[in-house]
Design a protein around this ligand. Structure first.
Ligand SMILES: [Zn+2]
Length: 231
């Protein structure tokens, strides 16, 4: 995609994510690599009405270059692009089911995503849960910098989810799949059957990426103080 076409493409994604109830209008942000660094949602720009003028250009270090003031969460996008040269697009949202999962499970550098189908492995793969850090903080950016080398999706405790890929379309597919796995798991109060070890191994083998779900981690480990949920 030409750099000139990126702002309009990002605006379409932001509106699309909002229309599909994957984000509140004021929460979340999207970004894409750019020859000058990366484009990211401007601060306070409503997703429901996003236009091509609503994106800030930031340098590789995350410093503002042009356009509206960037989202306060631009720092973790910068950290991601520095660490993952293969990644060109990122979508961060506070989607309902992902947010709920992030509040119920224990943080882990392994996998927190319930693996209810092989698509969870082939489309998403291992999804760690980062411990809580305030939105926009340097601590959150540092945590993303450290964890993004081992996954294509990160959950943020009591905050939301970040997915990333080579293209915006792949990142969106990843977000939809992750959110559905989390939603179905919630609908079944954690009782849904997850893939067996043999099924998980086969799905890992079929995945076209290197972020395999570790054996024994097809089900999230929940906080010890929860009541009435499957362990
Ligand atoms: Zn956020």
């Amino acid at each position: 995609m030409s750099p000139d076409d990126l702002p309009a493409a990002l605006a379409r994604v932001a509106r699309d994510v909002y229309a599909r109830h994957l984000s509140t209008s004021s929460g979340g942000n999207v970004s894409h690599r750019h020859p000058g660094g990366f484009l990211v949602s401007g601060t306070g720009r409503a997703g429901a009405r996003q236009t091509a003028d609503d994106f800030a250009l930031c340098g590789p270090d995350g410093a503002h270059v042009s356009g509206p003031a960037p989202s306060k969460e631009a720092g973790f996008h910068a950290a991601l692009y520095r660490q993952r040269p293969d990644v060109h697009a990122a979508v961060h949202v506070h989607a309902d089911a992902s947010l709920a999962l992030s509040c119920l499970a224990e943080p882990t550098s392994g996998n927190v995503l319930p693996i209810l189908s092989s698509y969870a492995v082939t489309t998403v793969g291992r999804a760690p849960l980062l411990p809580y850090h305030p939105p926009g903080s340097a601590a959150l950016a540092a945590a993303v910098h450290a964890a993004c080398v081992g996954a294509n999706a990160l959950l943020f405790q009591n905050h939301g989810v970040l997915v990333y890929a080579e293209t915006l379309e792949q990142a969106l597919d990843r977000l939809e799949e992750l959110e559905q796995q989390a939603r179905v798991w919630l609908l079944t109060r954690g009782q849904a059957r997850v893939l067996s070890e043999a099924e998980l191994a086969a799905a890992n083998h079929a995945a076209g990426h290197r972020f395999h779900v570790p054996a024994g981690e097809a089900r999230p480990r929940l906080r010890a103080d929860l009541h009435g949920w499957s362990p």
